[in-house]
Design a protein around this ligand. Structure first.
Ligand code: 4AD
Ligand code: MG
Length: 462
C-alpha cells in the first residue's frame, strides 16, 4: 500500500484534491441514485466515507458486490462533508473491486462477536475495530519501549531463543530436539543427548536475562526485547506459553536504581501512548473498560508505592478478606493478594521488594538477613505482577551456594559464574511481560486477545 492513508486523508483540506484510496468495506448503504461506503484501511480506527454516484462507470455491475469485507480501490475527489462527524468525504469517480466477500459466508458482518469466537478466527479478527486497535497499540508500544532505552543509551542485545541453560531454574521449558521421538536413543535408560542436534539438551528460552547480563557487564546498560517460552500448565487469563519480554540490565546499579528505572520506564511509555494513540485509547476506554485512561493518567502523575514483602504480608493478614490461598510469611503471593494490595489498599502500582529467597530465582542478591533476596516485582491494579526483577548476586561463592540450594548444577552456569570472578559489579535488571502490559493499557480481560496468534496450554489453533 502506498497511501495516502485514511489516517492522513481525514486531516486533509477538502479542496477537491484527486486521490486514490485502498481498503476494505466496513458498511454500505444504498439510496436511490447513490451509495455510501464506510472504508477502512487499517491506518486508524475511523473509516472514510465514500459517495458513489450511480453515474460512475460500471455502477450497476459492481455495486451489489461492494459488500462488507470486500476490498476496493477508489479514485475520486476529496470534498467537505456535510456530516458533523467528519470533515471530509470522497466522491468516487472510479471504482476497482479487488476481492469480493460473500455476504452469506463472510462472518464479520455488522453483528458483534464474542472474543472467544473471534479467537477461533484469528486470521480475520484483525479486521475488527478491537483487534486492529490492539495491533496498532502493540506496535506503538514496541516503538516507545525501544525509544526509551535508545534515548538513554542502552544497547539492544539479541539474546538466543534456543538455549542450553535454564534462567529461572523452574524447569518449565520446551525442549528443542531432532531426536526421533518414536525411537529415542538411550544409554543405560538415559536419553543420549550427544546424538541430538546440538549434542546437548536444549530448550526454548524462558528469559534472555543470563545472556543479557554478559553484555551488560561489558557495555554498561543493555536491554532485550524478544519472544520467551514457558511450558507452564497455567490455564489463566494472564499466562501464555509464548510471550514477549523486555529485559533491561544495568550495571553499577542496585535495587533502588532498578526500581527508579522501572517506574520511569512505565510512566514514559504510558505517557507516549496517551499522547499519540488517543483514538484507539478512547475506543478501549468507551468499549472495554471506562477506567483505563483515568488510571493511566493518575499512574503517570503519582509515585508508585514501594513496600517490603514482610510489610505486605502484614497488610494482607490485617485484612478481613477470605483469600482462597491463606496468607503467611513465606508464601508466594497469588494474584488475589496482589490485586488486594493494588486495588484495595493502595489503589495504585506497588513495587514489592525483599521476598523470601525460597520463592525466588537463584540469581537474586541475598540480603544480610540471609532470608530474603533483593527481588522487586511491580504489581498493578487489575492484573497483579507485570514486572519481575532484582539486584543480581554478584558474589561468586554466595551464588554457587544459592545454585546448589536450588538443586541446580553450578557447572551448568560456569560462564555466568565467571562474570562474578572477573570484574564483578553490582548490577540489576527486570523483565516486563509485553502482553500483560498491553492487557493493562487496553483493559482487555484475556491475554490471548492481545497477541496475534496466542499459544497457551492445550491451545494452538493457528
Ligand atoms: O518474573 P519473571 O519470571 O522474571 C524473569 O523472567 C526475569 N528473568 C526477568 C529479569 O529480571 N530480567 O517474568 C517477568 C515478567 C512477569 O512479571 C510477567 O509480566 C511476564 O514476564 N510473564 C508472563 N507473561 C505471560 N505469560 C506467562 N506465562 C508469563 N510468565 C511471566
Ligand atoms: Mg515473576
Amino acid at each position: 500500500m502506498k497511501g495516502p492513508f485514511i489516517k492522513d486523508i481525514l486531516k486533509m483540506n477538502p479542496d477537491n484534491k484527486e486521490i486514490s484510496v485502498c481498503g476494505w468495506i466496513r458498511t454500505k448503504r444504498d439510496s436511490k441514485s447513490f451509495s455510501f461506503i464506510e472504508l477502512n484501511d487499517g491506518s486508524c480506527m475511523s473509516n472514510l466515507q465514500i459517495i458513489i454516484d450511480s453515474s460512475v462507470k460500471g455502477y450497476n455491475e459492481f455495486i451489489n458486490k461492494l459488500t462488507t469485507g470486500s476490498s476496493v480501490k477508489i479514485d475520486g475527489k476529496l470534498v467537505k462533508s456535510p456530516a458533523k462527524e467528519q470533515n471530509v468525504e470522497l466522491h468516487a469517480e472510479n471504482v476497482t473491486l479487488y476481492g469480493e466477500a460473500d455476504p452469506e459466508k463472510y462472518v464479520l458482518q455488522k453483528k458483534r462477536h464474542t472474543f472467544e469466537y473471534l479467537r477461533t478466527i484469528a486470521h480475520l479478527r484483525p479486521r475488527t475495530n478491537t483487534f486492529s486497535a490492539i495491533a496498532r497499540v502493540r506496535s506503538a508500544m514496541s516503538f516507545y519501549i525501544h525509544r526509551f532505552f535508545q534515548e538513554k543509551g542502552f544497547v539492544y542485545v539479541h539474546t538466543p531463543i534456543i538455549t542450553s541453560s535454564d534462567c529461572e531454574g523452574a524447569g518449565a521449558m520446551f525442549q528443542v530436539t531432532t531426536l526421533p521421538l518414536e525411537n529415542i536413543p538411550k544409554t543405560n535408560g538415559k536419553i543420549n543427548f550427544e546424538e541430538d542436534f546440538f549434542g546437548k539438551k536444549s530448550s526454548l528460552t524462558v528469559s534472555g536475562q543470563l545472556e543479557g547480563e554478559t553484555y551488560a557487564c561489558a557495555l554498561g546498560n543493555i536491554y532485550t526485547f524478544g519472544p520467551t517460552f514457558r511450558a507452564e500448565h497455567s490455564n489463566t487469563t494472564r499466562h501464555l506459553a509464548e510471550f514477549w519480554m523486555i529485559e533491561p540490565e544495568m550495571t553499577f546499579c542496585d535495587i533502588n536504581g532498578n526500581m527508579d528505572a522501572a517506574e520511569e520506564f512505565l510512566k514514559y511509555i504510558f505517557k507516549n501512548l496517551l499522547e499519540n494513540c488517543r483514538e484507539d485509547m478512547d475506543f478501549f476506554n468507551t468499549r472495554i473498560d471506562n477506567t483505563i485512561i483515568a488510571n493511566l493518567e493518575s499512574i503517570i502523575n503519582e509515585e508508585f508505592v514501594r513496600l517490603k514483602y514482610t510489610e505486605a504480608i502484614k497488610e494482607l493478614e490485617k485484612s478481613k478478606v477470605a483469600f482462597e490461598f491463606p496468607v503467611k510469611w513465606g508464601i508466594d503471593l497469588q494474584s488475589e493478594h496482589e490485586k488486594y494490595l493494588t486495588e484495595q489498599v493502595f489503589k495504585k502500582p506497588v513495587i514489592l521488594t525483599d521476598y523470601p529467597k525460597e520463592i525466588k530465582a537463584f540469581y537474586m542478591k541475598l540480603n544480610e538477613d540471609d532470608k530474603t533476596v533483593r527481588a522487586m516485582d511491580v504489581l498493578v491494579p487489575r492484573l497483579g505482577e507485570i514486572i519481575g526483577g532484582s539486584e543480581r548476586e554478584d558474589n561468586e561463592q554466595k551464588l554457587v551456594k544459592r545454585i546448589k540450594q536450588m538443586n541446580l548444577n553450578p557447572e551448568d552456569y560456569w560462564w555466568y559464574l565467571e562474570l562474578r570472578r572477573y570484574g564483578s559489579v553490582p548490577h540489576s535488571g527486570f523483565g516486563l511481560g509485553f502482553e500483560r502490559l498491553i492487557q493493562f493499557v487496553t483493559g482487555m480481560q484475556n491475554i490471548r486477545d492481545v497477541i496475534p496468534f496466542p499459544r497457551a496450554f492445550k491451545s494452538i489453533d493457528f
